[in-house]
Design a protein around this ligand. Sequence first.
Ligand SMILES: Cc1cc2nc3c(=O)[nH]c(=O)nc-3n(C[C@H](O)[C@H](O)[C@H](O)COP(=O)(O)OP(=O)(O)OC[C@H]3O[C@@H](n4cnc5c(N)ncnc54)[C@H](O)[C@@H]3O)c2cc1C
Length: 385
Amino acid sequence: MLPTTADIVVIGGGCMGASVAYHLAARKAGTLVLLEREKFLAMGSSGRNAGGVRYQFSTPVNIQLSLYSLDVIARFQEIFGVSADYRPLGYVFLLTQPHEVQAFQQNIALQKALGVYDVRYLEPAEIARLAPHLNLEGVIGGSFCPRDGTADPHTITQTYASEAKKRGAHIETETNVIGIETQNGRVAKVKTNRGDIATRVVVNCAGPWAAQIGKLVDLEIPIVPLRRQFFNTSAIPEIPRDHPFVIEFTTSLYFHSDSTGLVVGMANKQEKPGETYAIDEAFHLETLERAVYRLPLLEHARVTSQTVGLYEVTPDAHPILGPARDVDGFYICAGFSGHGFQHSPAAGLMLSEIILDGAAKTIDVSMLDLERFREGRPVLEHNVV
Ligand SMILES: Cc1cc2nc3c(=O)[nH]c(=O)nc-3n(C[C@H](O)[C@H](O)[C@H](O)COP(=O)(O)OP(=O)(O)OC[C@H]3O[C@@H](n4cnc5c(N)ncnc54)[C@H](O)[C@@H]3O)c2cc1C
């Protein structure tokens, strides 16, 4: 039975909703209900992503979210008794333009200053040693952090949800939020297909659909869904399982190993906002061609599967974390613009601190408020594709 009252209702059962629920439950924040409209958790972006985790961002806040989150991901087994399959493959950004080199050298200096001690600039000869099968035509340098890599989004989402449940949270799937009532400017009730829940606090963790949840309280949330796709290949014997994660910065082409072959993707910079999960076959071919150019061995592999998901994009490629000033009791943890899975451990903790302590204490995320957009205070990120 769906609870009829709750101290806090979390909307969305992806990695963000699960992490927020866990961190609130760990603080004994009262009765907590997480609502997910699908039959299972992680059916949205959290279950359709490439699993990349990295320290290499260009803003202090994103680097700090990575420092906290990747430490948790690396120690997941120790903390929760379940491995998050963290694989420190190292990310190599391939740089082909002089202005990229300049920007990445500045980023490296910032990352080091914040504690990413092992990030470094690479000359093409060093890239060739790390990844000997790459075609490095046009590559003038690179940026590398050996502790960047991959992890398993499903395990992280499911573990946070089950740990929240162990601490008393209600996880309700097949429960679609269809309305939110307010009273005197404050959240009062969440309406669902299975009944209503009286509450004074709602956390919007609806990822690509966060703007739709905002509309339920007449709030403009500038997050749009944007299709992104990748494919998996059959094994390529010459590419070891610990091959670095490679990203060609100009085109956004990336590839890394998975349990059998490679995961290969690229961002279509012409993609328009929308909710389709249909494969863009023309862009799939473009990705394939570019991937074969950079890694000619791919010519001998088969495409074994394709995945389509939705990025949840804000105008400055940073998330919205915090309360909505115009609606008391309405909080947002969404809009991670295609790199959210890796930041879910820190994001959940920050939201719990904002709700329970009035402000995030572990990391200053105050600049990630919703109001920054209408007040002209964007926080621009250079290292996202
Ligand atoms: C192709 C692709 C590759 C990616 N690669 C990476 C990567 O390498 N590394 C990385 O860190 N990130 C990556 N991302 C981004 C990452 O997946 C997202 O940032 C992250 O999953 C966002 O999590 P979320 O919980 O906010 O959203 P979601 O996982 O989408 O969860 C939102 C949930 O809200 C639910 N919901 C929506 N509306 C309602 C409603 N009315 N009622 C109830 N429930 C509702 C949805 O069903 C959904 O389950 C990638 C994304 C894509 C699409």
